[in-house]
Design a binder for this molecule. Structure first.
Ligand SMILES: Nc1ncnc2c1ncn2[C@@H]1O[C@H](COP(=O)(O)OP(=O)(O)OP(=O)(O)O)[C@@H](O)[C@H]1O
Length: 280
């Protein structure tokens, strides 16, 4: 088996994957799409699998597309990245299949956004369909704050960032839950506790990873969500809702797993190697 590890910024996660690849004896090349061009060339077909680990969603999407053009199996596929990389496309698939999501209204102009704020009611969350690490995810307590967010978003060049997901603020617990699914297996879940002076749980913002018990409902919702978007190696961000129970906040097609490993003790890169060995 020969593996292409596609990266741009090399994080702790990619270093750990490289370490496990070295230990496994699997032949691999690291391809940094932040520096190297990718030709549409059948020679790329020498790889059996391309592990897509670029931080930038568009680099991931297009790198996967080039590899798929040469008939290489990509983890994840362009289909998965396209859906999981965009919260509106994700919600569309999940909602259709009856998986609980936060009550959400999509607004595509400042006027529509003001109407959506009225309909959801304050406090509310406004976030763009793309982005990560909690950037531009806003907690809005009143109309004045809402107008400020709308004005700021209008100034951005990227049209997707001018689209607003207006949604209910889910504040049942001071934490969110993150699960990782590989193939059809739930590797595990952990909670990220919201740090002081924050309302978001991102580890990048100081959220502390802690161990949790996984009940059947949690397992079911995580596996279903992954299956609906056809995820092969995916992380699932879950909130706890007072009425709806576990609801899916978002999916990540290039899962970060530093916090997961810390909280669960599960060696994700090793699991990835085992998965590769038994499937390719
Ligand atoms: N509707 C909501 N209610 C309560 N908290 C929320 C809501 N939406 C987002 N959050 C909080 O904000 C954090 C970041 O939001 P979200 O995960 O949607 O953005 P992101 O930028 O894609 O983050 P990530 O790095 O996790 O991919 C969440 O982990 C959660 O703690």
């Amino acid at each position: 088996m020969r593996v292409a590890l596609v990266v741009d910024i090399v994080r702790q996660e990619e270093k750990l994957i490289v370490k496990s690849l070295n230990e496994s004896g699997i032949a691999y090349d690291v391809i940094n799409v932040g520096q190297e061009p990718l030709p549409f060339n059948k020679a790329l077909g020498r790889y059996d699998v391309a592990l897509i680990r670029s931080v930038s969603m568009y680099r991931s999407l297009y790198a996967a597309a080039v590899f798929e053009g040469a008939n290489v199996h990509t983890i994840n596929s362009t289909e998965v990245i396209n859906v999981a990389g965009d919260k509106i496309l994700t919600y569309s698939k999940l909602f259709k299949e009856g998986i609980p999501i936060p009550d959400s209204i999509i607004a595509m102009s400042p006027d529509a956004t003001l109407k959506a704020y009225e309909q959801i009611g304050y406090p509310l969350i406004d976030k763009p369909p793309i982005g990560s690490w909690g950037r531009m995810v806003s907690l809005i307590r009143d109309l004045f704050e809402g107008k400020t967010i709308i004005e700021h978003r209008e100034m951005l060049a990227n049209s997707a960032l001018k689209v607003h997901i207006v949604q209910e603020y889910v504040k049942e617990k001071d934490r969110d839950i993150r699960c990782i699914v590989m193939g059809k297996e739930l590797l595990g879940c952990y909670a990220r506790n919201i740090p002081p002076n924050e309302w978001r749980a991102n580890v990048a913002l100081g959220g502390t990873p802690t161990k949790i018990e996984i009940d059947n409902k949690l397992k079911e919702v995580a596996l279903k969500a992954s299956a609906i978007v056809k995820g092969e190696f995916i992380s699932i961000d879950i909130l706890e809702h007072p009425k709806k129970g576990y609801i899916i906040n978002e999916l990540n097609d290039v899962p970060e797993f530093k916090g997961f490993m810390l909280a669960t003790g599960i060696n994700v890169p090793q699991k990835l190697i085992d998965y590769l060995k038994s499937n390719f």
